[in-house]
Design a protein. Structure first.
Length: 117
């Protein structure tokens, strides 16, 4: 928490992203049909809720649409032994900060967030 407070003080971390990381998406989210062949229906629903919710944050504008259209590229992260070391597909790897990448990792592989941190 001390590190986060320091980052807030230096304007190096967005408070909205921090709140989203801790609490996740809020409100009802209509989940579209599963376009993947690598996620089950329950996994797809949860991943989409996380990705769509993140899309409301300024840094993630357009990310839900990119994810849905390019979902196969994200299978690499989902299937990786070390997903926390796997780049985010497309231009997003260069656009997102390390913390924002952890938000994406949390959506796809929540079990590896501690390693990413």
């Amino acid at each position: 928490m001390l590190a986060v407070k320091i980052l807030f003080g230096d304007n190096a971390m967005d408070e909205g992203e921090w709140r989203y990381f801790l609490a996740g998406p809020s409100g009802a989210i209509d989940v579209p049909p599963n376009p993947t062949d690598w996620l089950g229906e329950l996994e797809w629903a949860e991943v989409y809720r996380q990705i769509y919710g993140a899309g409301k944050l300024p840094a993630f504008k357009g990310f839900p649409e990119y994810f849905t259209k390019n979902s196969k590229a994200f299978q690499t992260i989902f299937d990786a032994l070390e997903p926390h070391n796997t780049p985010i597909p497309g231009e997003w790897n260069g656009k997102l900060t390390m913390f924002q990448k952890i938000i994406v990792l949390k959506a796809l592989r929540g079990d590896k967030v501690a390693l990413a941190i």
